[in-house]
Design a protein around this ligand. Structure first.
Ligand code: HEC
Length: 196
């Protein structure tokens, strides 16, 4: 093998010390297509088609239950790539390249003082307009200082969202996940499809 090519493979992590190819199937798929895409200056590019990913759940923290001032009064719709989801279901581990994406979705305008409204199915909170995107990426090479996950904010407002986003400081995002998440920086207690 040419020296340059060997160096390239080592850089990609495809070649182990004894010269055997150690790439796993998930890694191969990752390199090919489903992993995160980055700009030249290391910003995460807003993933395309995430509403077609596996939908994990929608925590809701309405103003009425948070002294009228919830930081995120919307539904928090959480998605993960199908490839990462399948790998997690098989192994119990989120593979390198996993993206967890949380899209905020406002509730329909309330007619009652707690922000709820009446619809055909009853009184409650109903999904309305999209209002922001946050994402996290598992990448042990880029984010060794935050337990292998980077955090990104694409805007807390109506679409269009930012096309790309820089990694947020550890104190802004990762630290709360380090301190409080259930496993590997993810709040899996809310994501029944991961476990059932
Ligand atoms: C004060 C704690 C806290 C901070 C700070 C925080 N998060 Fe989270 N994050 C949570 C909780 C709790 C959840 C679980 C779902 C929910 O309640 O929305 C969550 C869920 C997420 C998810 C869905 C996947 C998962 O890990 O469960 C993403 C993506 C995410 N946060 C990104 C971010 C980003 C980006 C920032 C910084 C801009 C951030 N978070 C800051 C507490 C926090």
């Amino acid at each position: 093998m040419k020296k340059q090519m060997v160096a390239g493979l080592v850089a990609l992590g495809l070649l182990s010390a004894n010269g055997l190819l150690t790439v796993t199937k998930a890694d191969a798929e990752n390199a090919a297509s489903w992993g995160p895409k980055w700009t030249a200056d290391d910003q995460l590019i807003l993933p395309e088609g995430y509403r077609e990913w596996v939908y994990l759940g929608s925590p809701l923290t309405p103003h009425a239950l948070n002294d009228g001032a919830a930081g995120f009064p919307e539904f928090h719709n959480v998605y993960v790539q199908p490839e990462a989801f399948r790998e997690y279901r098989k192994t119990g581990v989120f593979p390198e390249g996993t993206i967890m994406l949380k899209e905020l979705q406002l509730t329909q305008p309330g007619t009652e003082e707690d922000g709820s409204r009446f619809e055909v199915s009853g009184r409650g909170y109903f999904p309305g307009a999209f209002n922001g995107v946050d994402a996290s990426v598992k990448d042990s090479k880029r984010f060794p200082d935050a337990q292998n996950w980077g955090y990104f904010n694409f805007g807390h407002h109506a679409p269009p969202y930012a096309a790309s986003a820089p990694a947020a400081p550890v104190a802004a995002c990762a630290q709360c996940h380090i301190d409080n998440a259930d496993e590997d920086m993810v709040f899996s207690r809310f994501y029944a499809p991961l476990k059932n």
